[in-house]
Design a protein around this ligand. Sequence first.
Ligand SMILES: [Zn+2]
Length: 76
Amino acid sequence: MADDEIQTRTCRACGAAYRYPVLKSLATRFHCESCVRLDAATRETFEQFNKRIKQLSAELAQLQRRTAKETQPTDG
Ligand SMILES: [Zn+2]
């Protein structure tokens, strides 16, 4: 893949999907345009929250799968 090809990326700070690189957009490789405008400390806090949210989402999905397995009778 060429380096300057437009890709859909996920912002590290807010988790939003954005296109990069886009002409005149401030978005960077790791952050969407809105998060680029935050100051570094705020962005860092967002990143930590986002990491935690991702972790919790994964745990929740795991629990949901486990619960689904336990409540459904094995059919097959
Ligand atoms: Zn963002």
